[in-house]
Design a protein around this ligand. Structure first.
Ligand code: HEC
Length: 312
């Protein structure tokens, strides 16, 4: 054990295991981890037990051995134990290869003829590790030059901008194929000018034929008054657009044509048409509907209930 796991491996290992055991008992979660992971906990305890046992047993046998050994045997044992991996011949050979150092005893052979007032010079070889790095940096410089100055590679800022564009495209792509992202349950009124402008575009393109470009209503009902057949809340409007109106009335479900975000945009745009009183508007249909005052929001002006068939 000692031969394969020297003390600088054994002690950290032991400490790490103790740490994990304590962590699993008094971890940061409300439930100690050993309840969730009893097998891992068991193995940790087992490992801890084995390591401690080995330490105790080897310390005890060492003591007995030391007592039984002669002085020379003890010294020999100490010498073997104090050998570190840095004494290994393979490592020494590798270091020699990388540095090509010469022993001080060979210094005479390296001495140059130069002698400046007693200051002499050794003709040491350049260490191969250094020479290797030097050539590597030349190769790197050539590649760098070609990539960025000849072939005009992107610098960090350009790379950043490109990946941001790609990420935005990926988000858009994801939104297209993730119909559950926005639903009747979580849709809210959009107020950003960009969203409303997009909503207007969609309305003009797909909805104006039946609801008139100003929302006053033609085949479809007036969308600017206080009366709604299918509910005037943003959630109701979202639902109507996405699932369509009552069967046979002509308002088809748009969910296969428009993604949820676009439905929310056009629904929000419709809400901005409220109270615009366009000329030649269709007469009111449905029930009087009043925006519920939401805490923190300005309540909409109270509107006198009007006759259902009154012309707006
Ligand atoms: C083919 C004509 C037609 C088109 C196109 C059309 N609608 Fe309608 N829409 C109707 C009719 C008809 C109704 C009434 C449905 C009912 O009575 O159930 C209606 C109802 C509605 C309502 C509910 C009104 C209320 O009083 O509750 C909303 C909101 C609405 N449409 C939005 C849209 C939007 C947004 C579009 C475009 C994406 C659109 N419509 C396109 C014909 C149309």
């Amino acid at each position: 054990m000692k031969k394969y796991f020297p003390v600088y491996v054994r002690v950290p290992l032991l400490l790490a295991i103790v740490y994990f055991v304590l962590e699993s008992i008094a971890g940061s979660t409300d439930k100690p981890a050993f309840i969730d992971q009893p097998i891992v906990f068991g193995f940790l305890l087992l490992a801890l037990f084995i390591i401690i046992t080995i330490e105790v047993v080897s310390a005890a046998t060492n003591r007995i051995m030391n007592r039984l050994m002669t002085e020379e045997e003890r010294l020999e044992k100490e010498r073997l134990e104090s050998r570190s991996i840095f004494d290994s011949p393979a490592l020494k050979k590798l270091m020699q290869k990388l540095t090509r150092t010469r022993a001080i005893s060979e210094e005479k052979e390296l001495l140059l003829d130069h002698d400046y007032d007693g200051i002499k010079e050794l003709d040491n070889e350049l260490p191969p590790w250094w020479v290797g790095l030097f050539y590597a940096s030349i190769v790197f410089a050539v590649i760098y030059m070609l990539r960025f100055h000849v072939f005009d590679g992107d610098n960090q800022i350009e790379e950043y901008e490109k990946s941001m564009i790609a990420a935005r495209e990926a988000v858009e792509e994801y939104k297209k194929n993730a119909p559950d992202l926005l639903t009747v349950d979580n849709v809210v009124m959009l107020t950003e000018a960009g969203d409303l402008a997009k909503g207007k575009d969609i309305f003009d393109m797909k909805c104006a034929v039946c609801h008139k470009p100003d929302g006053g209503g033609a085949i479809g009902p007036n969308l600017t008054d206080d009366y709604w057949i299918l509910g005037g809340d943003i959630k109701d409007i979202f639902h109507t657009i996405s699932e369509g109106g009552r069967a046979g009335k002509g308002m088809i479900p748009w969910k296969s044509d428009l993604n949820p975000t676009d439905i929310a945009r056009v629904a929000s745009y419709i809400k901005t048409l409220h109270g615009t009183n366009p000329p030649d508007a269709k007469e009111a249909e449905g029930d009087f509907w009043k925006e519920e005052a939401v805490a923190g929001e300005e309540p909409t002006d109270a509107i006198e209930p009007v006759d259902e068939n009154a012309v707006n």
